[in-house]
Each structure stands twice: as structure tokens, then as C-alpha cells.
Design a protein around this ligand. Structure first.
Ligand code: LLP
Length: 426
């Protein structure tokens, strides 16, 4: 057994995940196929938890909302960052305790706020307008809601602009210069109990300096708000820790993040005289590298490039098309074969941008080979669609040689599932 990357191994020239041969998986379940290694989720969670033993980890449900996967994280002790009523529903169904759920969102419906009040979760309030709506809804139900205000800290992370969330111009949060005034208002409002402060600066961040800037800025605000007499119980600094998608790419570990954040957090908490809980909302780090997407080669073409036409496209993994993201690919049934040529792996979607991997060195690829797209566990399946009339594929969980189906593949009925045809078209 040789390691390919992290928990992925090779045996007899085949890619192995969670002790299971990917070629056998494809024989049994076909392709495309998402395959997740349960143990890797647990190991990632434990590594993060070890680096931040006193913090609460609220898993960012948007990264992967498969119920079994959320249950694994719930078993490990995770709370949840949810961004919609649907994610709240799933987090509760997964067994995550309501007091460890933070309902985020920059444009929540009144119905979503009502659900937050009914279920008694905490809410990260994104604007003054939302604060007033929540106050009205909570007081009409004679409830008091524990809330945080979402701060826009105006910190620039070095990452793709589409996944930067804490820039001054971003749509998220209350500008940091206006936040103290907002807390003054919050303490006066009926049905509102401001006990937290929240921010999130972006995702896939590979440098720790934006995090130290963020924690310092947030502790400045904690200090000012405490001076007002607000008793904060938690500070949620969001997430954003990147993972190495490319060979040779170096990403900070949770321990590196902790080495930057914790000394500042502890020192400043002590100086201010507060005892607050640190909350972090990891998504990508927990799930990203746990999962591969297996896809079969339908057709080969030599044109301006050597194109490998596979059966998964941006309908199933949109990250390369949407953010020019790099995902490493290997030929799962030929992992021991030498590099033969440079190939571009493309999906079956009728869009020029449907390219999964540009100009990669791969062994000689032929029809019916199996390509594995690595690191597809975060923002993979959950961002999929049925575009081009393609039912979504199955999801499989593997663990030390055991195999479970955790989502059945869709079929043509699912393309029609919610459509209604008026009688005059029958
Ligand atoms: N907390 C909040 C409030 C967030 O908005 C996010 C991600 C997270 C936590 C989790 O961040 P992470 O640990 O995963 O970096 N679809 C994009 C990523 C969008 C991230 C949105 N917010 C991608 O595929 O790269």
C-alpha cells in the first residue's frame, strides 16, 4: 500500500479509499459516484478540536449537507453554522443540539426567523433591519432570542474574490464602524438578548495573517461592546482555513491557526476581563479531502488538446467552472502507471467552461478508464444541479472496508419530480 494523498492509497495499481478498491465500487455502483471516507471526517474533526480544545466547532453545513455526514460530525460533538431553514432542518435532524446551532444569513425570510424563534436556536443577525424584524417576531411569541451581530470586519483575505466575505464592499454583516451603535440598539430591543459577536472573512485562505488581523479587530469590538455593559458569551470568528488542493501547495493547519488566534484571544480576553467562548465554523477543512468523485471516460479526442470526456461535469462539481479551482485528478484504475501525456479532462455539459482539469500529466488514458477527482467533499455534491437533464449521482460512504450508500442516484423521474403538466398539455 502506498499513499497517494492523505488517506488515499494505491493497491495493485488501483486507487483505494477507506480500505475499498475504487474499481470494485464502480463495478457495483457505476459512475459518476461520490465516495466519502468516514474515518477521514472523524480524523479531521479531532485534529481541529485538538488544536482548539476550549472552542466550540460549528460545522458549516453549506459545505456538505448529506445527513449521514452531518450525523458523523454530530457524533464527534460538532455544532452547526446553518444558512437557511433547510440547513437548520437538516442540522436538527442530524441530532445537533439547538444551543449549538447558529442561524446565519444575510437575507433571511420572516418565515426563517420564525423557525429560528420556534426552534430556539441562536441567530447571527446581519443587519439592523433584520434585528428589528426578529425583535417583532420574537416578542409576538413572547420569546427572547440569544443573538450575535454579524460584523463586516473589512479584512482582505488572499483568496478568490467570489469567496471573500469580509471585505468592506461585501454583502455580509454590519460595517465594523457601526457595530457598537448596533449593540446599543440591540440591548434596548424587546425579545433580543445580544450575547455573541460573529464574523467570517472568506474561504480557502492559505495565509494566517488575515486571521490575526481579524481576531485583533474583533477583540477591539468585544472591548468596546463590553464597556457598554453588554455581557458577551461567545465570539464566533467564522472559518476559512484552506486546504492544499495542488501538489506542493502548503496550507496552514488548525494548529497553525490556533497558534495565531489563541494567544491574542486569551491575552485580550484577560485584559478586558471577559470570559467568552470562542466559536469556529469550519467547513472545507473537515470535509474537503474526505471525498473523491469517480467518473468514467466516455470518449477520447485529440484536437487542439487531448481531451478526456468523462461522465461528470459541472453539474456535479461546479468549483473548477465557478472559481477556476484546481482539483487533482488521478486515473483510479492506473495509479501505478507512468505519466504518458498531457490531458484536459472535460465534462459532458454543453458549455465551454465545463472543464474539470486543465493540462494534466496522466498515464495513457483510454475509454472506460476511471478518473478520480480528489478533494471533492466540500462544496461538491451540495452545489450540484440537474443541468442538461442529468439526474444527480449516488453518494457512498466507506469506512475500513465497509461500504454504505448514503444517497441513491436520481433517475429520470427525479427530473420530473415536482413538475406539473396542466391538463391542456396532456
Ligand atoms: N461560516 C460562514 C459564515 C461562511 O459563510 C462559511 C463559508 C463558512 C463558515 C465555512 O467556511 P470554510 O471553512 O468552508 O472555508 N463554494 C465555495 C466556498 C463558499 C464559502 C461560503 N462560506 C467554494 O467551493 O470554494
Amino acid at each position: 500500500m502506498f499513499t497517494i494523498k492523505n488517506h488515499l492509497e494505491k493497491r495493485n495499481g488501483h486507487l483505494i479509499i477507506g480500505g475499498v478498491d475504487t474499481v470494485d465500487l464502480v463495478e457495483e455502483f457505476g459512475t459518476p459516484l461520490y465516495v466519502t471516507n468516514e474515518q477521514r471526517i472523524r480524523d479531521n474533526y479531532r485534529r481541529y478540536h485538538q488544536a482548539f480544545p476550549e472552542a466550540d466547532l460549528y460545522y458549516a453545513a453549506k459545505a456538505n449537507n448529506n445527513l449521514t455526514i452531518m450525523r458523523i460530525l454530530a457524533q464527534e460533538g460538532a455544532g452547526a453554522d446553518v444558512f437557511s431553514d433547510g440547513e437548520l432542518y437538516l442540522a436538527l435532524l442530524a441530532g445537533i443540539p439547538r444551543e449549538k446551532i447558529l442561524f446565519n444569513g444575510n437575507s433571511k425570510t420572516d418565515r426563517e426567523l420564525e423557525m429560528a424563534v420556534e426552534t430556539g436556536v441562536r441567530v447571527s443577525v446581519d443587519s439592523l433591519d433584520e434585528l428589528h424584524t426578529l425583535s417583532r417576531i420574537a416578542s409576538s411569541q413572547k420569546k427572547t432570542m440569544d443573538i450575535a451581530l454579524r460584523v463586516n470586519p473589512d479584512v482582505s483575505p488572499v483568496t478568490h474574490p467570489k469567496i471573500s466575505t469580509g471585505l468592506k464592499t461585501s454583502k455580509f454583516g454590519i460595517p465594523h464602524k457601526e457595530v457598537v451603535e448596533a449593540y446599543k440598539e440591540a440591548v434596548e430591543l424587546e425579545g433580543i438578548n445580544p450575547i455573541g459577536m460573529h464574523c467570517h472573512i472568506g474561504s480557502q485562505i492559505l495565509d494566517t495573517s488575515p486571521f490575526s488581523e481579524t481576531i485583533n479587530r474583533m477583540m477591539d469590538l468585544v472591548e468596546q461592546v463590553t464597556r457598554l455593559g453588554v455581557e458577551l458569551e461567545f465570539l464566533d470568528i467564522g472559518s476559512g482555513l484552506g486546504i492544499p488542493y495542488k501538489k506542493g501547495e502548503v496550507a496552514p493547519t488548525p494548529q497553525d491557526l490556533s497558534d495565531i488566534v489563541l494567544p491574542i484571544f486569551r491575552k485580550r480576553s484577560q485584559a478586558i476581563g471577559v470570559d467568552i467562548k470562542l466559536v469556529i465554523e469550519p467547513g472545507r477543512y473537515l470535509l474537503g479531502d474526505t471525498t473523491i468523485l469517480l467518473t468514467s471516460v466516455n470518449t477520447m479526442k485529440k484536437a487542439a488538446k487531448k481531451f478526456v470526456g468523462v461522465d461528470a461535469g459541472f453539474n456535479l462539481l461546479i468549483r473548477p467552472a465557478m472559481y477556476d479551482s484546481y482539483h487533482h485528478v488521478v486515473v483510479a484504475n492506473k495509479v501505478a502507471a507512468p505519466v504518458s501525456s498531457i490531458y484536459t479532462v472535460v465534462g459532458p455539459i454543453c458549455e465551454t467552461g465545463d472543464i474539470l482539469a486543465h493540462d494534466r500529466e496522466l498515464p495513457a488514458v483510454e475509454k472506460d478508464d476511471i478518473v478520480a477527482i480528489l478533494d471533492a467533499g466540500a462544496y461538491g455534491f451540495c452545489m450540484s444541479s440537474q443541468y442538461n437533464g442529468r439526474p444527480r449521482c449516488a453518494e457512498i460512504l466507506v469506512n475500513e472496508g465497509k461500504v454504505d450508500v448514503i444517497r441513491k442516484a436520481e433517475n429520470f423521474d427525479d427530473l420530473m419530480a415536482k413538475q406539473l403538466v396542466p391538463a391542456r398539455f396532456l
